[in-house]
Design a protein around this ligand. Structure first.
Ligand SMILES: [Zn+2]
Length: 376
């Protein structure tokens, strides 16, 4: 195997295994030489990735994505882009390249490691993201305000990289994406690691309190026991209730819950949906089931789908999904939302995705594909 590809696999696993950087299989990595780019396949997990988890593409053929005029219609456009990505694949197998392939392609360094670290997102999902970013990183980093993912984000990043390069006579090695994560680029893996360590160290300077403990204990509830009774759509679903100091901090009352009531990033939506449901606690089992039933059906009427996260007042969170593997993903992603919200207070407080941004993700075929892969 090519030495660079071996290093790419190693760095992918290191960050993939680290829950502070990669949550529920998010993030992607790439290596490129003059002619080819090797990028993580959509749905592959960094944690356990090997050679087969990467797709290699012709950089020459990928260039068409930068120059072609695509359809105005967003669904058609993403399909056209996807077809151009497919045409550029040189590796064999059925793997589909990461949706962020074109972004990796335009970052002019051999190695690119894109993750959604909790601490970076505490900054990226905060009200003062832009100002705090410029205070902490100055011209070392490029900050990109939230942009719908896919082709529109690609165009935005491309033009912002060009503007940055003209202004500072260098290609940015740190690209922060608001309500999303960070791209780190370098010539070597050693440098990638140094940059990441530096990013975390700078953010840490601003964080003045430790996160509440998140050692989770399971709890019993009639809601968990009778999950199928809450809604016909929950028939045969799995559910699990957990509590920790961190969860308690947000579940204690409705006002605290409001600081973790909506998704911060597109990945949150992929795993947990965009809105979480607060359920007042009743001591009486039957009353708990009846009132929750109504809340779930109101939620379904409002959003067109069922909730995956219930925040049970004073008790903890209940994750509901098709199978236990997906339930655990929901818990991992939602508790990460709680961490981001808690830490975002050091940067002005939480900033959620807005309704239009959420609707874009809900209708995005690419994310539906990832959702499907995450469950398998
Ligand atoms: Zn991402």
């Amino acid at each position: 195997m090519n030495q660079n590809l071996a290093e790419l696999i190693e760095v992918s696993r290191v960050y993939g295994k680290n829950k502070a950087f990669v949550i529920a299989g998010g993030g992607n990595t790439s290596y490129k030489d003059e002619n080819h780019i090797w990028i993580k396949a959509s749905g592959a997990a960094l944690e356990t990735i090997d050679e087969n988890g990467f797709v290699s593409l012709s950089r020459e053929k990928l260039k068409i994505v930068s120059t072609r005029i695509y359809s105005e219609d967003s669904v058609l456009r993403e399909a056209e882009v996807k077809a151009d990505l497919s045409n550029a694949i040189v590796s064999t197998g059925k793997n589909r390249p990461s949706v962020e392939t074109s972004l990796h392609e335009i970052i002019d360094y051999p190695f690119v490691v894109h993750t959604h670290p909790t601490k970076v997102n505490a900054l990226m999902c905060s009200l003062h993201a832009a100002e705090a970013c410029s205070e902490l990183f100055g011209d070392q980093a490029l900050f990109i305000p939230y942009t719908d993912p896919g082709y529109i984000l690609f165009k935005k990043v491309k033009s912002d990289i060009e503007a940055y390069t003209t202004k500072y006579s260098k290609v940015p090695q740190i690209i922060f994406l608001e309500n999303h994560g960070v791209f780190v680029a370098a010539d070597t893996i050693i440098e990638i690691n140094q940059i990441y360590a530096d990013i975390i160290q700078k953010i840490d300077q601003k964080i003045q309190a430790d996160l509440p403990d998140n050692d989770q204990k399971t709890f019993e509830s009639p809601l968990i026991e009778h999950i199928g009774q809450l809604n016909p759509g929950f028939e045969n679903y799995s559910a699990k209730g957990v509590i920790s100091d961190l969860i308690h901090f947000f579940a204690i009352n409705y006002e605290s819950f409001l600081k973790a009531s909506t998704a911060f990033t597109p990945d949150d939506i992929v795993y947990c949906k965009a809105y979480y449901l607060f359920v007042p606690f009743f001591n009486e089992d039957q009353k708990q089931i009846e009132s929750t039933k109504i809340l779930v059906s109101d939620y379904q009427n409002a959003y067109g789908y069922l909730p995956k996260v219930l925040v049970l007042e004073g008790k903890g969170i209940i994750a509901i999904e098709e199978n236990i593997k997906s339930v655990l993903n929901v818990l991992e992603v939602y508790t990460n939302i709680l961490k981001i919200s808690f830490l975002s207070e050091y940067f002005g407080g939480p900033k959620f995705m807005n309704k239009t941004q959420i609707e874009f993700i809900d209708n995005w075929e690419v994310e539906n594909y990832r959702r499907k892969m995450a469950k398998s």
